[in-house]
Ligand binder design. Structure first.
Ligand code: NDP
Ligand code: 8X3
Length: 250
């Protein structure tokens, strides 16, 4: 029977490409995000390959998260794969001048939002003693770079939660792993720099960054391993990148 994957942050970047890659491989999809037009467009595009259901909610709203998951039609209620991907950086400022609103956004979305979604889905995996969770972390969850302070803290929290989930869900045969990408060209920097396109574009100039498709192919590789294989923690950078601060640019 075809597996069903629940993907947060499917309206853009990494999440959208994971949706496309999974659809190409006939996984059934539950696509989540806040931008309904994009959800509708992607549903139309991918329905040629597979069954698609969309859910519109803000991961920060724990009631909406729970209601959305509870609203799934019967044929989408069994979730085999959870991709915890929704998230962003907001700002790039030293700790002494950082914006509290940016800090709230990053911790509420990247950490608490991931927890709310996990809370709505993990119990059914535990009940079935089956499931696969992939948490999208970051190299920012493995090291800290100047001005990255709170974003890095949020991704370090994702790293800790990935480990914690793996420990707690071990008895239930649920696979838990993280993909920790380095620089991937998406709308990430547009969000980080609040629509300052010039600044956002500069992040990816002078070298070849990863593409969302690179990450999507890795995600499909992971979910298509046989049941005894769990890719627990994977870090991937473009060849030009050696660390958060060392990137070989032309
Ligand atoms: P994008 O900005 O392209 O995509 C972010 C996605 O998250 C969108 O689909 C957006 O949907 C969703 N999202 C953001 N906030 C919320 C919210 N409050 N509620 C629900 N959904 C939300 O960025 P990426 O694809 O690059 O980012 C995806 C993940 O990858 C993030 O967790 C990011 O931290 C991580 N990452 C990114 C890297 C990069 O270099 N790009 C590298 C390492 C990790 P919508 O706005 O429609 O709600
Ligand atoms: C995104 C990669 O280096 O911009 O998580 O933090 S980075």
């Amino acid at each position: 029977m075809k597996k069903t994957a629940f993907i947060t942050g499917a309206t853009s970047g990494i999440g959208r490409e994971i949706a496309r890659e999974f659809a190409k491989n006939s996984l059934r999809l539950i696509l989540c995000g806040r931008r309904q037009e994009r959800l509708d467009k992607l549903q139309t595009e991918l329905s040629a390959h597979t069954e698609v259901h969309t859910l519109n909610f803000d991961v920060r709203d724990k009631e909406k998260v729970a209601t959305a998951v509870a609203s799934l039609p019967e044929n989408f209620q069994t979730i085999d794969i959870l991709i915890n991907n929704a998230g962003n950086a907001h700002g790039l400022d030293p700790i002494q001048t950082g914006s509290i609103d940016d800090w709230d956004a990053m911790l509420d979305i990247n950490v608490k939002g991931l927890l709310y979604v996990s809370n709505a889905i993990i119990p059914q995996m535990v009940e079935r003693n089956a499931g696969h969770i992939i948490n999208i972390g970051s190299t920012a969850g493995k090291e800290v770079y100047p001005n990255g302070n709170v974003y890095c803290a949020s991704k370090h929290a994702v790293d800790a939660l990935n480990q914690g989930m793996r420990l707690d869900l071990n008895a239930h045969g649920i696979r838990v792993g993280a993909i920790n990408p380095g620089l991937v060209e998406t709308e990430f920097s547009d969000v980080r720099f609040k629509g300052n396109t010039e600044r956002a574009e500069k992040v990816y100039q002078g070298y070849q960054p990863l593409t969302p498709k690179d990450i999507a192919e890795i995600a499909y590789f992971i979910v298509s391993r046989p049941p005894h294989v769990n890719v627990a923690d994977l870090m991937v950078m473009c060849t030009a990148q050696a660390s958060s601060t060392i990137v070989k640019k032309s």
